[in-house]
Design a protein around this ligand. Structure first.
Ligand code: SF4
Length: 290
C-alpha cells in the first residue's frame, strides 16, 4: 500500500458561530495553545505555502477555514489551482450552499469535506450549539449530487457510544463517502473540553478497521496527524488508514497549528518514520526546482 500525504492551508481562523464548538482550539480566541489571534492569510502567503508543499513533493492540500470565510477560501483555491498542480480538498464544515459548491467545482476542487463528527444528535447539539447536524448532512448529500468527492468523518472520544459509532459508519456507507477522516479527540487547553481525556489510540484503530470493512465506497481513510500523533501513525496505517493529513514540509512558511491539537506532522520526519518501517508514500522525492 502507498500512503498518501495531504498538506494544509488554514485560510482563516475566524468563525462566525457565536457559541464555539466545545472542543475547538482552532477558532480565534478559543485556546491559548491554538492560533488564538484572528487571521486571514494573504494571497501571497497562500501562494508561498502552496509552492513550498509542491516543491517538497506533496500532491494534495486541504484548504480550510472557520464559518463565514467562503470568498477567502475560494480565492485560495483559485491561487492554488492556477499556480500549482496540487489536488484540493476544501473544508468549511456545513457553511456552504449549492451556488458555492458550483463555484468550487468550477475552480477545480476535487473533494469537499464536511465532517458530521457524531450522529448522536443530543451530543452534537451540546458540543456544537450553533452548528446544525441536518445542515451538515444536507451538505454531504449535495457534494455527492454535484459529482464532487465527499470526505466526511468521525470525531471519536467526545462522549459517543459504540452504538453511535456503528450508526455513523452505516450512515457514511449510505452516503457513499469517498474519504473518511477518523479523528481521535485531543483536548485543547482553555476550551470547555480541556479536562476530557484524549481518545485512546486503540479506539481510533478499531474504527479505522471497521470503516475499511463496511464502507466500500471509501478510497481514502484519513488520519489527521494532530489527532493521531507520532506514536499513532504507523499503527493507523497498519489498521487501514492510507492518507495522513495536516503534514507540512520543514520549510513551510506559515505558522500552523492542527485543528485537533496544536501539533502538525513535519513531512521530512514522517518520511524518515515511514522509511524505517518500509512504508511507501506518494511523495515525489526527486522533484526538480520550480
Ligand atoms: S470547530 Fe469549526 S465550526 Fe466549530 S467553532 Fe471551531 S472553527 Fe467554528
Amino acid at each position: 500500500m502507498v500512503v498518501e500525504i495531504t498538506s494544509t492551508i488554514h485560510v482563516s481562523n475566524r468563525c462566525s458561530l457565536k457559541r464555539k464548538c466545545a472542543y475547538c482550539g482552532f477558532a480565534a480566541g478559543s485556546s491559548p495553545a491554538g492560533y488564538y489571534k484572528s487571521f486571514v492569510k494573504t494571497e501571497d502567503e497562500i501562494l508561498k505555502a502552496a509552492l513550498s508543499m509542491e516543491f517538497a513533493g506533496i500532491k494534495r492540500v486541504s484548504i480550510s477555514a472557520g464559518y463565514g470565510n467562503f470568498s477567502a477560501v475560494l480565492k485560495a483555491v483559485q491561487i492554488v489551482k492556477e499556480k500549482t498542480g496540487l489536488e484540493v480538498l476544501v473544508n468549511v464544515g456545513g457553511d456552504i450552499n449549492e451556488e458555492e459548491l458550483e463555484l468550487l467545482k468550477s475552480a477545480g476542487v476535487e473533494t469537499v469535506c464536511c465532517n458530521l463528527e457524531t450522529v448522536n444528535r443530543e451530543l452534537f447539539e451540546r458540543l456544537k450549539p450553533d452548528d446544525s447536524f441536518e445542515k451538515r448532512l444536507k451538505v454531504c448529500e449535495l457534494v455527492k449530487e454535484f459529482g464532487l468527492k465527499l470526505s466526511s468523518g468521525l470525531l471519536l472520544g467526545i462522549g459517543e457510544s459504540e452504538k453511535d459509532r456503528k450508526e455513523h459508519i452505516k450512515l457514511l456507507k449510505s452516503l457513499e463517502v469517498d474519504e473518511v477522516p477518523v479523528m481521535g479527540f485531543r483536548p485543547y487547553p482553555g476550551t470547555p473540553m480541556e479536562s476530557v481525556p484524549p481518545a485512546p489510540l486503540t479506539l481510533q484503530l478499531r474504527v479505522i478497521e471497521r470503516v475499511r470493512e463496511v464502507v466500500d465506497s471509501c478510497k481514502r481513510i484519513t488520519v489527521p496527524y494532530p489527532t493521531v500523533g507520532k506514536e499513532g501513525v504507523i499503527p493507523a496505517v497498519r489498521s487501514g488508514a492510507n492518507n495522513v493529513a495536516t503534514v507540512v514540509p520543514e520549510n513551510y512558511p506559515l505558522t500552523v497549528k492542527g485543528v485537533g491539537s496544536p501539533q502538525v506532522g513535519i513531512l521530512e520526519e514522517l518520511l524518515n518514520l515511514f522509511d524505517s518501517f518500509g512504508i511507501e508514500t506518494n511523495v515525489e522525492r526527486e522533484r526538480l526546482p520550480l
